[in-house]
Design a protein around this ligand. Structure first.
Ligand code: SF4
Length: 352
C-alpha cells in the first residue's frame, strides 16, 4: 500500500470531511483514523458523513465537530449531487467507503480527496480463485489507516475505542442495578445480515442452556427482526430471570456491552462494537473468514473458524449455503464456544 506524499497547507487543514456511510462495524473501525486526524490537526473542524441509522454511534465522539447524517429518503443520486455542495468548504476529504455514493459526493471537489485502498480484487481472489495463491489482504483497520499515509500520518495500530455517552452509561448502570442479578455476564449476539454468517439457532439454544446451568447471566443483543427469527432462543431467554434480551439503541447497547465479561458474536457489526468497548469476543465465522481482514481488532479475542475447503465462499455473506451442507457453521459445536469462553475466564460447566 505505497503512497505518494502530499503536503498539508501551512497551519494544517481547517475543514475535514470523513466519509463512511455504513455499516455498523465499518463505522466503528474508522475511529483510529478520526483520532489520528484530530491529533494531527487539532484546530480543524472534523465532519463525519454517515447514514442516519449509524449516526448515534458517533454522537459522543469528542474528536468530531459534526456528524452529517444521510436520511433514509435522501440518498438518491440527485440528492447526493446536491449534498456534495456542502463539501465545497472542505480542504480535505477522507473517503473510507469508496462506493458509488461517496464518489458522487467527492466528484469535482477542489479539496484533496484521500481514499482507503479497497483491495476488493484481492479479497475476491480469496473467494473465487484461491488456487492463484493470493497474498493475505490487509485488515480493514490497516486499509483505513493507509488512506492517511500520503499526509505522513501514522495511525496507531491500537484497536478502536468508542464513546457511548454519559446518558447511555448511566442507563446501563441503572438497568443492571434494576435487574438485580449478579455473577459473570456474557453477551450473546446471534444476529448478522446474511444467513450464512449465522450460527444455527439450535446451537445458540444449546450454548444458552449450558450457560444457564452454570449460573452465568446472559444478555442477548439483536434487532427486533433478528429476535423474531429466533423464537426458541427468545422463549428460553424470556423464561429465565438470569437472562435478558436487549433491543435498545446503539449507544445503550455499546454501554451495556462493556459490562459483559465476553461477547459471543458472528462476523458482525456487534463483534466490532464489543471489541471497541473493551469487551473480549468469541467470534464465530461462517461463510466469510478472518483471512479477508474482518477479524475483531485487538488482543484477547478468540476466533472460531473451521477453514473448510469452500471457505470463504463470499465476501459479505449469502442467503443460503451453495453446497447445502453449511458445514462452516453447523460443525462449530456449542462445546467449542464453551471452551473458548473458559479460555477467556468464563467457566461454563460441562461442555454441551
Ligand atoms: S459451508 Fe462452505 S459453501 Fe457453505 S456457506 Fe459455508 S463456506 Fe460457503
Amino acid at each position: 500500500m505505497a503512497a505518494q506524499r502530499l503536503v498539508a497547507p501551512e497551519g494544517g487543514f481547517r475543514e475535514i470531511a470523513i466519509l463512511r456511510l455504513s455499516s455498523l462495524g465499518d463505522v466503528v473501525l474508522t475511529l483510529p483514523v478520526v483520532h489520528a486526524l484530530r491529533a494531527a490537526y487539532p484546530l480543524a473542524r472534523l465532519h463525519f458523513w454517515v447514514k442516519e441509522e449509524f449516526a448515534t454511534l458517533l454522537r459522543f465522539e469528542p474528536a468530531l465537530t459534526h456528524v452529517r447524517e444521510l436520511e433514509k429518503d435522501a440518498r438518491r443520486l440527485e440528492d447526493l449531487v446536491s449534498m456534495s455542495a456542502e463539501l465545497e468548504d472542505c480542504d480535505l476529504v477522507v473517503d473510507l467507503h469508496g462506493n458509488m455514493r461517496t464518489r458522487v459526493l467527492t466528484f469535482r471537489q477542489k479539496a484533496i480527496v484521500l481514499r482507503a485502498p479497497s483491495e476488493r480484487l484481492l479479497r475476491e481472489r480469496w473467494v473465487r480463485a484461491r488456487w492463484t495463491q493470493p497474498p493475505r489482504p490487509h485488515t480493514t483497520l490497516a486499509r483505513y489507516a493507509a488512506a492517511l499515509a500520503p499526509l505522513g500520518i501514522a495511525v496507531p495500530a491500537a484497536p478502536p475505542q468508542l464513546v457511548a455517552g454519559e446518558a447511555a452509561e448511566g442507563w446501563a448502570a441503572e438497568w443492571l442495578a434494576k435487574w438485580g442479578e449478579s455473577g459473570p455476564l456474557v453477551a450473546l449476539c446471534p444476529g448478522a445480515k446474511h444467513a450464512t454468517k449465522q450460527w444455527p439457532q439450535e446451537h445458540w439454544c444449546a450454548l444458552d442452556a449450558q450457560l444457564a446451568k452454570a449460573g452465568v447471566r446472559r444478555v442477548v443483543f439483536s434487532t427486533g427482526s433478528e429476535r423474531a427469527a429466533l423464537p426458541e432462543l427468545a422463549a428460553r431467554i424470556a423464561a429465565d430471570p438470569r437472562a435478558r434480551w436487549c433491543l435498545e439503541p446503539l449507544p445503550r447497547v455499546a454501554a451495556l456491552l462493556t459490562h459483559a465479561a465476553v461477547a459471543v458474536t458472528h462476523d458482525s457489526g456487534l463483534m466490532h462494537l464489543a471489541a471497541a468497548r473493551g469487551t473480549r469476543v468469541v467470534a464465530i465465522f461462517g461463510s466469510t473468514s478472518p483471512v479477508l481482514g474482518f477479524a475483531p481488532a485487538g488482543e484477547g479475542h478468540v476466533v472460531l473458524c473451521r477453514d473448510e475447503p469452500c471457505q470463504p465462499c463470499t465476501l459479505h455473506g449469502r442467503e443460503r449455503c451453495p453446497l447445502g451442507h453449511f458445514r462452516c457453521m453447523r460443525e462449530i459445536a456449542p462445546a467449542q464456544v464453551l471452551a473458548a469462553l473458559a479460555e477467556l475466564g468464563v467457566a461454563a460447566g460441562a461442555p454441551a
